[in-house]
Design a protein around this ligand. Structure first.
Ligand SMILES: [Zn+2]
Length: 258
């Protein structure tokens, strides 16, 4: 098998064949699975130079679980355990990431000061169907932001719960920046992150991390409705990306909630 993709679609269907995949704007692409990451598979497999071709917006991590990734406007940032954000270079690899081509289908300005739970309840009320996939961008000023990052791990890799127990937490007051994230349905349990998952990057691109908590001030919310989640094969190059004339057979598995 030269090329394998697992397609997690919203429709109940199983198939053992599909054509060479082209990069689609309304797909959320993913490297690996959350179960694999939880289990300590932190070795980077997909270079950011390749991931870049699948979208301009995303979250993830790095080889050896070396920090939190934010992808915004086509640029990737690495927030290390010192809390600082660094620009990512193409050869760096990721063991887990979600990425999409962000194009807002719905926008709103929010002037209320609300906490993170109220924000997620508000967002949930705006999603046309909580059992579908969404990329969400929230830009503006925050009264308070609490983020975390994790230190680079060494083999043998510990379970992710052990790493998170030793996470480094950062808190910022009155800060401008962007929350970059996704909402995925409960049906992705084990494959990806059900519910909301946000990372944060400051406006000056100097700080950020995996979002733990926030209090909003003035925000602009944009939501991109996505069709499905698609898992990239980590070891093979995408023929649609690198060899347009290559008609090699591909295989996909589609699954969905019942
Ligand atoms: Zn995260």
């Amino acid at each position: 098998m030269r090329y394998l993709m697992l397609c997690i679609s919203y429709f109940l269907a199983f198939t053992s064949s599909c054509q060479s995949q082209k990069v689609e704007r309304d797909l959320i692409y993913q490297v690996s699975t959350l179960d694999a990451l939880m289990d300590g598979q932190y070795t980077g497999t997909v270079p950011y130079g390749r991931l870049h071709r699948y979208g301009n917006f995303g979250v993830g991590t790095f080889d050896h679980l070396d920090g939190e990734m934010i992808g915004l406007n086509g640029q990737f940032y690495q927030v290390k355990s010192d809390g600082r954000a660094y620009r990512v270079k193409g050869p760096m690899k990721t063991p887990f990431a979600n990425i999409t081509s962000f194009k807002a289908d719905w926008r709103e300005s929010l002037k209320d000061s609300i906490n993170y739970q109220e924000l997620t309840e508000h967002l949930l009320s705006k999603l046309p169907d909580p059992d579908k996939f969404y990329a969400i961008k929230i830009e503006g000023r925050f009264r308070h932001i609490k983020t975390r990052s994790v230190p680079r791990q060494q083999e043998p890799y510990p379970h992710l719960t052990e790493v998170i127990a030793n996470q480094i937490v950062f808190e910022y007051e009155d800060i401008e920046g962007t929350m970059v994230g996704f909402h995925m349905p409960e049906t992705v349990q084990g494959i990806s992150t059900p519910g909301f998952h946000f990372h944060f990057i400051s406006k000056d691109k100097s700080r950020g991390g995996h979002l733990l908590d926030c209090t909003t001030d003035r925000l602009k919310i944009s939501i991109d409705y996505s069709d499905k989640l698609q898992i990239l094969n980590e070891k093979e190059k995408d023929p649609a990306l690198t060899h347009p004339a290559d008609k090699r057979k591909t295989r996909s598995v589609k699954a969905s909630k019942k």
